[in-house]
Design a binder for this molecule. Structure first.
Ligand code: 5AD
Ligand code: FES
Length: 349
């Protein structure tokens, strides 16, 4: 798909016209990754974070969040619950928390791989090569790190690096791919200062990086962050600024499917947050083939407040499991069995 066409769809507003995009994305999804929807159980293992990202409620400076770190036993027991629920993958996610040592993560990955048939995905921020290598050797299969925006100036404004470090997520993703990880990335949609041109570049970047997994979600303003204060980073003039919201997210999901037909694409929690009734389903019908039900213990959920009013705060892992299955069946799809490895990675084989 040509860049002009991507931009045309991003700016399109006519519902009849957009119907053609939804249908095309759904058809390409069906032909390339089938009707199975794979479940990835998300375990939010810690909400500590050393970084100061301008949009994120877990940023270091936010003193109003009560911080927690799960114990090894809690994490393993969540993973076992995932096995019982028929999930093929667990995702261990946290803020960039250096209070969990490299060795602890290594041992956790090793234990999950020894004690369960699960694929293990890590989502622990921008980490050093030696750590990523140790976790890969321990058996980690995949790594998720969104690049958030391909506009370098905007990226730098909203991602202050750690002292003495440079943050280059593209380079890091490529190195992870070379280490043998399946790599997942993605962006937020409607960040103040993000233009249509930027979002078109983001979508082209999905293709360039040849991502195995592409997660996109609407930017949701968090009042306790610098970006939550529009005076700190005013949006571009209307007509240039990408609006946040459901519609832009569906368009980006659909376009991601068209440019990366074999990638795994989740229908994300941020989307479900904006439309609790039908957001997940609409994402799945417009290109997505993955959902990530929350496996975190209920008592920690409200504390993992990346953005306000997150979906699934009040539910237990068991409730999210039956909710997700119900939603998948309601749109005539089936629950994928097994790990759901990237069809993208195996495409040459
Ligand atoms: N709104 C929407 N998504 C957010 N994320 C972080 N903060 C927000 C927010 N305010 C997303 C980022 C990050 C992922 C874990 O959550 O894209 O990579
Ligand atoms: Fe958690 Fe629906 S998936 S409540």
């Amino acid at each position: 798909m040509k860049r002009e066409e991507i931009l045309g769809w991003l700016r399109a507003t006519d519902e009849n016209q957009l119907e053609a995009l939804w249908q095309q994305a759904d058809e390409v999804r069906r032909q390339n990754v089938g009707d199975e929807v794979y479940l990835r159980g998300l375990i939010e293992i810690s909400n500590y974070c050393a970084r100061s990202c301008g949009y994120c409620g877990l940023r270091l400076e936010n003193k109003e969040v009560e911080r927690y770190r799960m114990s090894d036993e809690e994490i393993i027991s969540c993973a076992q619950e995932g096995v019982e629920y028929g999930y093929g993958t667990v995702v261990l996610q946290a803020g960039e928390d250096y209070g969990i040592s490299t060795e602890r993560v290594t041992n956790l990955v090793r234990r999950i791989k020894e004690e369960t048939p699960l694929a293990v995905t890590l989502s622990l921020g921008e980490r050093e090569d030696h750590e990523l290598l140790a976790w890969k050797e321990a058996g980690a299969d995949r790594y998720l790190l969104r690049f958030e925006t391909s506009n370098r100036a905007l990226y730098d404004k909203i991602h202050p690096p750690l002292p003495g470090r440079v943050s280059d997520r593209f380079a890091l993703l490529r190195r992870m791919r070379d280490m043998g990880y399946e790599i997942g990335s993605g962006v937020m949609i409607g960040i103040p200062g993000q233009s249509y041109e930027d979002l078109a570049n983001d979508i082209e970047m999905f293709r360039t990086l040849d991502l195995d997994m592409i997660g996109v979600g609407p930017y949701i303003s968090h009042p306790l962050t610098p970006l939550g204060d529009p005076e700190k980073l005013p949006p571009l003039p209307e007509g240039e600024q990408v609006p946040t919201g459901e519609l832009m997210t569906y368009k980006t999901v659909a376009l991601a499917r068209l440019v990366c037909p074999k990638s795994n694409i989740p229908s994300t929690s941020a989307l479900a947050t904006l439309n609790k009734a039908k957001g997940r389903e609409l994402g799945l019908c417009r290109g997505a083939n993955i959902v990530m039900p929350n496996l975190s213990p209920q008592k920690y959920r409200a504390q993992y407040e990346i953005y306000p009013s997150k979906a699934c705060i009040d539910e237990t892992a068991a409730e999210c499991r039956s909710c997700m299955r119900g939603r998948i069946h309601s749109i005539g799809r089936t629950v994928g069995q097994g790990r759901g490895d990237s069809p993208n990675l195996s495409k040459e084989g």
